[in-house]
Design a protein around this ligand. Structure first.
Ligand SMILES: [Ca+2]
Ligand SMILES: [Ca+2]
Length: 129
């Protein structure tokens, strides 16, 4: 009985060490990495805009439907018509939580959204920071 318990403790210690290592890598990525996108309400980088900077891959930003003064980061849901990516790789999604129709893995650059994605984007995910 005591041998089984000892083994159990040993395995737990190994798992804990791996978790700590992963956390350290994640923190390092957050400090060194960086993904930056600006979303615009209108085509050709016009109208209300919001710049989102993320240090970590896999992050998802949901955009709400209403324009709220003083909280522009959540204001562009179903309004985005153009974008400019300074660094990193992003995907734009028609629904919340990176679901629905996607315009995926956009690298640095800029553009207008075509009729398939115009005014429907409700979330943004960071593929690579
Ligand atoms: Ca628009
Ligand atoms: Ca939408």
């Amino acid at each position: 009985m005591s041998k089984i318990n000892n083994h159990g403790i040993g395995i737990n210690k190994i798992n804990l060490a791996i978790d700590l290592q992963e956390l350290t890598c994640e923190q390092a990525a957050a400090i060194q990495g960086g993904a930056k996108i600006t979303l615009y309400e209108d085509a050709n980088f016009q109208g209300v805009s919001d710049t989102i900077e993320i240090g970590r891959s896999g992050e998802i930003i949901n955009l709400t439907d209403n324009i709220l003064a003083g909280d522009i980061i959540r204001s562009l849901g179903n309004e985005v018509s153009s974008y400019r990516i300074e660094s990193g790789t992003f995907s734009l999604w028609s629904d919340q939580d990176a679901s629905g129709r996607g315009l995926v893995q956009l690298g640095p650059g800029e553009g207008n959204l075509d009729s398939g994605m115009n005014d429907i984007v409700s979330s943004v995910s960071v593929d690579f920071a």
